[in-house]
Design a protein around this ligand. Structure first.
Ligand code: NAP
Ligand code: 12T
Length: 349
């Protein structure tokens, strides 16, 4: 991707857990950059950061910040995207938005390049990056859908605290220290900063990610359900989810049950299929205790799949274990990958 003389790229939320990974990923993937604009709130404006040996100043994100910007990667929360994404588009930028602000808008593609890259062709300036838990699951399910048909998905997640931002990682570390030192502590952030109650995350498991909805599901669960159908273009797909936060810093894990249309398919057939699928690394060798774990996926772009086995009772049912770095394939890498696809397809003005 280095033959082009480069684009003017902006990162909104550049000081955040995801934004920092976006900057790292742009550099690591050798994305063609002619100018890099790093934006945050007024709190971090003026801060200097080193990117690849060069000093950059962080600026406060304002409508005028997007003058001349060609590609803007947004990851500063839904309200910032709602306020500024259209301002960026108005000034000629194409926006890849990492928040839930626009994901279910009909006129905005929701893209995981391994699954539905072609949906980018119908964009109106804003492309939505799906939820982290959705992304790693659809990467693992898409080859199955293509070859054997997909009928039903039931997923339980085991999610890392970094999904909730850098402050949540701090909370896990501080609580852990307090508990080991037999000191008192007061949970302030998790499960959801703006909700009424806050609970201990260290040495615990919390079955709430994002706010509860009227139907008893959390918003994170509904995001997985609705986004999966949209990305796979299968409104009729049956999907259900339970999302749980664990005291893990980075790396989401998922236990995924799925039912296919085809009959007489074996677990080995599924393994053979996923072994050569795009974006996937198969780690499945029970005899030698080989399976994916979050600690081994940190810093990697891939989706790791293992523990593939057939359901005991349902011939068309299978179980698998899917792990990925939630800040990379779940956020920063998928966004940069979308930007690469936009360049490849000639969609950046
Ligand atoms: P974080 O570590 O808390 O960082 C938040 C970032 O947003 C910081 O750079 C912060 O700048 C900036 N920001 C906050 N308010 C702003 C404002 N009014 N104007 C401009 N910038 C502002 O959070 P994170 O984990 O990086 O997540 C950021 C957002 O990305 C989340 O809110 C979520 O919408 C999205 N996200 C998506 C996924 C996904 O599933 N794809 C995963 C994680 C997060 P300061 O330094 O100035 O505070
Ligand atoms: N609340 O962008 O807390 O939909 O882990 C991603 C992660 C929202 C999102 C989390 C969240 C999103 C979390």
């Amino acid at each position: 991707m280095s033959e082009h003389n480069g684009f003017h790229v902006a990162v909104v939320g550049a000081t955040g857990a995801v934004g920092q990974q976006m900057i790292q990923t742009l550099i690591k993937e050798n994305f063609p950059i002619k100018e890099l604009t790093l934006l945050s709130s007024a709190r971090s404006a003026g801060k200097r950061v080193n990117v690849n040996g060069q000093e950059y100043t962080i600026h406060e994100a304002k409508p005028e910040s997007f003058e001349g910007v060609e590609i803007a990667l947004f990851s500063a929360g839904g309200s910032v995207s709602k306020e500024l994404a259209h301002e960026a588009v108005k000034r000629g930028a194409i926006v890849v938005d990492n928040t839930s602000a626009f994901r279910m808008d009909e006129d905005k593609p929701l893209v995981v390049p391994e699954v539905n890259e072609a949906d980018l062709l119908h964009h109106n300036g804003i492309i939505a990056n799906p939820n982290c838990s959705t992304i790693q699951m659809v990467v693992a399910l898409e080859p199955v859908r293509q070859k054997y048909g997909l009928k039903k998905v039931i997923v339980s997640t085991y999610q890392a605290v970094s999904g909730a931002g850098s402050a949540a990682v701090e909370e896990l570390l501080e609580q852990t220290k307090s508990i080991l030192n037999k000191e008192t502590f007061e949970p302030k952030l998790l499960p959801v900063k703006s909700d009424k109650n806050h609970y201990q995350i260290a040495f615990n498991a919390i079955p709430q990610i994002d706010m509860f909805q009227e139907n008893g599901y959390t918003f994170e669960e509904m995001k997985m359900i609705n986004e999966t159908k949209k990305i796979m273009n299968m409104p009729e797909l049956q999907v259900s989810a339970t999302c749980v936060r664990l005291p893990v810093a980075v790396g989401h894990s998922e236990s995924v049950y799925f039912e296919i249309e085809a009959e007489d398919v074996s677990a080995n057939d599924i393994k053979a299929l996923l072994k050569d699928a795009p974006g996937i690394i198969l780690q499945d060798d029970p005899e030698n205790q080989v399976y994916p774990m979050p600690a081994n996926c940190v810093g990697k772009n891939d989706v790791f799949v293992g523990r593939i086995r057939k359901d005991i009772d349902e011939d068309r049912g299978f179980h698998m274990w899917v792990v990925s770095d939630n800040l990379l394939k779940g956020a920063a890498w998928n966004s940069v990958q979308i930007a690469q696809s936009l360049v490849k397809l000639g969609l950046v003005k």
